[in-house]
Design a protein around this ligand. Structure first.
Ligand code: AGP
Length: 366
């Protein structure tokens, strides 16, 4: 059942392995092949209302905020609507300007995070419209929103979010596809994304098959003084979520930086004691990412690349090869090995994986 570890050593590992099914449920009944779009019955927004939206502001905390960063990129790329993710915990305290032509989207696994609920209430009090991307049916945030979509990822018990994170990104891909097909996304591109979404569950299974290899790498890197996570554009939110997961459950210090910013400061940190996890998707930024790896190797930094094809040995000490999706959907798959890396690092260090110190599953207080 959902409330035992079902033969896995921890809930976290079980939930990592539940991701193919969680993604299938998030997608279930929501792909419209005929019009190459998404069918989202709960938005409570018709095409005319959607066309009037000029901006999207995404609000969530922690991993929900990072999933929102991936969501913002999906909406900008597929629908060409400016979109931005902000920590709900900050937004609620800065007397935000609420605009009639901005769509607000609240993201929460539990649906009970107080900072996110307060942000939703602030938007609504000022007359804004809020959609929810929420896992828990009937939760406080879901009830407060004007519409939205549920993840249907199933209960998430472990404090660190994995399957809800992945399902949230899938939900944003559906939203972005739906918005895109109302704006200027072509039917051909719509079909490309629909096919990409349908292929995700099997591709996630492929990543999960690399567990033993990732376990061995985790044992090697877990004892580092700290770790750097780098990525550019689509890879940057992956780096941020990867660093957060490692911090949360292994207590190893981790920093995420855009690879483009290395030479503007953090390169000074690079040494053999601070290895780097580098997101190196096979996209238009590949050459730039490989140049950054050269700069790290020249300072004797160790590199673990997460890439779509093997990175040559002089640029990376290790490389995890992840199946290629459509470029817009790649971040979701690139994140999966980082979950296993954090999990196995935490196990190697003897941490309380499902209940890390100082953290609660959902922060329902101020
Ligand atoms: C996830 O690994 C964290 N435990 C945390 O950042 C979490 O995502 C955040 O507190 C938001 O929770 P929610 O999705 O239930 O609102």
């Amino acid at each position: 059942g959902s409330y035992d570890t079902g033969g896995y050593a921890h809930f976290l590992l079980k939930e990592i392995h539940e991701q193919p099914g969680a993604v299938e449920r998030t997608l279930s009944g929501r792909l419209n092949e005929r019009f190459a779009t998404a069918h989202l019955g709960g938005l409570n927004l018709d095409a005319r209302e959607l066309r009037e939206i000029r901006r999207v502001k995404i609000l969530g905390c922690g991993s929900a905020y990072y999933a929102g960063e991936m969501g913002a990129q999906l909406i900008e790329e597929l629908a060409r609507i400016p979109a931005h993710s902000e920590p709900a915990s900050e937004f609620r305290y800065r007397n935000p300007v609420i605009e009639a032509d901005t769509l607000y989207v609240a993201v929460s696994q539990s649906g009970e995070t107080y900072d996110t609920l307060a942000a939703v209430q602030e938007v609504k009090r000022k007359g804004g419209r809020v959609l929810g991307v929420v896992n828990t049916v009937g939760s406080a945030i879901a009830r407060e929103c004007d519409g939205g979509l549920y993840l249907h990822a199933g209960p998430e018990i472990s404090v660190a979010s994995t399957k809800a994170f992945t399902s949230t990104v899938v939900a944003f891909a559906l939203l972005a596809l739906h918005f895109g097909r109302i704006h200027d996304l072509s039917p051909a591109d719509g079909r490309r994304i629909v096919a990409g979404l349908k292929a995700l569950p099997d591709q996630i299974r492929k990543v999960l098959e690399q567990q033993q290899e990732i376990e061995a790498l985790a044992a090697e890197y877990a004892h580092s003084r700290g770790m750097m996570f780098i990525g550019r554009v689509r890879g940057y939110p992956v780096a941020r979520e990867g660093a957060q997961k490692l911090k949360e459950i292994s207590y190893v210090h981790a920093e995420a930086y855009p690879a483009s910013e290395l030479k503007h400061g953090p390169l000074a940190l690079i040494s053999p004691e601070l290895p780097t996890v580098a997101l190196v998707p096979d996209d238009e930024l590949l050459d730039k990412n490989l140049t950054a790896l050269g700069e790290i190797k020249a300072r004797e930094g160790r590199v673990l690349a997460v890439a779509h094809r093997p990175v040559e040995a002089k640029l990376a000490d290790h490389c995890l090869v992840v199946p290629k999706s459509e470029p817009e959907l790649d971040p979701l798959l690139l994140n999966i090995p980082l979950q296993l890396l954090a999990y196995h690092a935490a196990v190697a260090l003897g941490r309380d994986v499902d209940k890390p110190r100082n953290l609660a599953k959902s922060v329902t207080v101020e």
